[in-house]
Design a protein around this ligand. Structure first.
Ligand SMILES: [Zn+2]
Length: 344
């Protein structure tokens, strides 16, 4: 029996493959409207005000009992900081990137770290660390394939991902975009770690088999994710890799990036996934919508199913839906705690 851990200790132990007092419960993005209202947050200010951001994200930890505190809210910070158009969404809709560059040469990231939104993330990490030293502070960042897709436009990514496997010239083009994305990723990752992040949570949504072929992921996606991951490890920080969709066909590739934990969607059969990857911890696959409209029984059953399938942390299949309710979030955490008491 492992003696009681703080949330931070619990999450870091899980990432290290060490025993835990109970399975951690962690999240991706956490722009939850109920917590925005309860903490006095205002849209869109909570995207650019570190205190407001941390007050919202912190309630996932202090009120719901989630082990991580996740900032910022959404996958737009890298893009807005590079000058792309971003629609700010609504209090219940995350911001989305609306424009792209025509040529890699147009991307200027010399002043990336000075951007307001990037600074907000970095300040929010510092503040979260001060306010919740016992929690795992986990910035939510855009991984290289997805960032390259934001830079060149999602449609161009999907076209070029096919062409580049056939023609060397197209591969050179793809590599140019990816190398810029990687440079930006590294600058941002280093700054987040220096600000006090306990782990980095990366979503490579556009590396999903729904959007690009597994062949592309193995040949092109894995090497760039691994390069970023190795860079993060050299700085002494663990990282988690999330990819959307049914990732069973690419899960071996995901594991080979060296990520300390793989985060998977509800489309993934947890048992199958854990059998394939063996020692690398997997988290996820709880249907996010359960946090909006699930019954207690459904939440408990799905939580237990994921853990019985070999998940090392309980996690939703993607970000926490904005309309999640605190009572459902608490039911989820309680289910993971109870499963641990019976099974660990
Ligand atoms: Zn996802």
């Amino acid at each position: 029996m492992v003696s009681e851990m703080t949330s931070r200790e619990r999450v870091l132990a899980m990432l290290n493959g060490k025993p835990v007092d109970r399975v951690p419960v962690v999240t991706g993005s956490t722009m939850v409207v109920e917590y925005i209202k309860k903490s006095g947050g205002k849209w869109p200010d909570f995207h650019s005000n570190p205190e407001m951001m941390v007050n919202v994200a912190g309630m996932m930890h202090t009120d719901a009992g989630i082990d991580s505190v996740v900032v910022p809210f959404g996958m737009f910070v890298e893009s807005i900081a590079l000058g792309l158009d971003v629609k700010m969404g609504r209090v219940d809709i995350q911001p989305s990137v609306r424009s792209f560059f025509k040529k890699p040469e147009e991307v200027n990231y010399a002043n990336f770290l000075e951007n307001t939104y990037v600074q907000t993330t970095l300040e929010a990490i510092k503040l979260a660390k001060e306010k919740y030293p016992e929690a795992a502070i986990a910035p939510f960042l855009v991984a290289p394939v997805t960032l390259a897709g934001d830079l060149m436009g999602a449609e161009n990514l999907s076209m070029l991902s096919i062409k580049c496997l056939q023609k060397e010239k197209q591969m050179a083009k793809m590599e140019k975009w990816l190398s810029i994305a990687l440079e930006i990723n590294k600058i941002y990752a280093k700054a987040c770690i220096e600000a006090g992040a306990d782990l980095l949570y990366y979503s490579d949504a556009s590396a999903s088999p729904n959007l690009v072929m597994p062949d592309f992921y193995y040949k092109v996606g894995v090497p760039v994710e691994k390069e970023l991951g190795d860079f993060i490890h050299e700085l002494g920080c663990p990282w988690v890799l999330h990819i959307c969709g049914d990732t069973v066909p690419i899960i071996e590739g995901m594991a080979s990036t060296g990520a300390d934990c793989l985060s998977v969607e509800q489309a993934v059969d947890m048992k199958k996934a854990t059998e394939i990857v063996g020692a690398v911890p997997i988290a996820g696959n709880l249907t996010p919508l359960l946090m909006v409209e699930g019954t207690e029984e459904q939440i408990v059953n799905e939580t237990r199913k994921g853990l019985n399938g070999g998940a090392k942390a309980s996690m939703l299949g993607c970000g926490t839906p904005p309309l999640s309710t605190s009572d459902r979030l608490k039911t989820w955490v309680k289910a993971a705690v109870e499963w641990s008491a019976e099974n660990l």
